[in-house]
Design a protein. Structure first.
Length: 141
């Protein structure tokens, strides 16, 4: 009886030590679970927010795809019309700045969409539950 209980204790201790070592070794698995901005949102709200951002980004992207540099150059002005050329250049600069601002909005929207999709992926895999995180870290070899 003593040999079986000793063997059982050795096996249990080996499993516990192995699980602890795996838990520490697999800590990088939880990097994606840090700084979850949208962790507090309900799943329905997350889906609605994702759809809204996708729609807004798609709408802005259509406008941004038309670069201001693609506009035709005003060649109707004479060489001595400095004021007209300055006005044309000023108008082009304003349009380019507006385009740049819209493009940065599109990029921010795409970053937000990526964060929302990552949160959705974390929830789909069940990693929003702490016990699943621990189980994954202990059992991943």
């Amino acid at each position: 009886m003593g040999d079986k209980s000793t063997l059982f204790m050795i096996v249990v201790c080996a499993l516990l030590i192995g699980g602890f070592v795996n838990y520490r070794r697999n800590a990088p698995l939880d990097v994606e679970l840090q700084n979850r901005t949208y962790a507090e949102l309900k799943s329905d709200d997350l889906d609605a927010l994702l759809a809204a951002y996708e729609q807004q980004t798609r709408r802005l992207r259509a406008w941004v795809d038309e670069e201001p540099m693609a506009a035709p150059v005003d060649r109707a002005r004479s060489a001595s019309d400095v004021g007209g050329k300055a006005e044309t250049f000023s108008r082009f600069q304003r349009e380019a700045n507006r385009w740049r601002a819209q493009r940065s909005e599109v990029l921010e929207g795409e970053a937000t969409i990526a964060a929302l999709q990552q949160e959705k992926s974390i929830r789909a895999r069940g990693l929003d539950l702490r016990w699943r995180q621990i189980l994954r870290r202990v059992t991943t070899f």
